[in-house]
Design a protein around this ligand. Structure first.
Ligand code: FES
Length: 91
């Protein structure tokens, strides 16, 4: 059961998350910073709620009392040619 993947973007299992909580990382933000959970391409849409649930189970903190991690929108990819060519603004 502990091999269940919680964060598929960062390849973190339920065991990984439980170990971090037991090591004292008891907020989504702390777990994110130590493990990169929530920093993948989905920006934690899949894993944040699951991590909050595990924190609630282990620490007794109610999910509604927990803060979700800060999410940042993914940057927009640009072509290397655009960078190499530069722009008129940088001249
Ligand atoms: S599943 Fe965790 S960041 Fe995508």
């Amino acid at each position: 059961m502990e091999n269940i993947i919680i964060c598929r973007c960062s390849d973190l299992s339920l065991k990984d998350i439980r170990d971090l909580i037991e090591d004292g990382y008891t907020t989504v933000e702390e777990i994110k910073r130590i493990s990169r959970a929530g920093m993948g391409s989905c920006q934690g849409r899949t894993c944040s709620q699951l991590i909050m649930r595990e924190i609630a189970k282990i620490t007794g903190k109610n999910i509604s009392e927990q803060k979700d991690s800060v999410t940042r929108p993914p940057t927009i990819g640009i072509k290397l040619k655009t960078i190499a060519d530069g722009s008129e603004d940088n001249d």
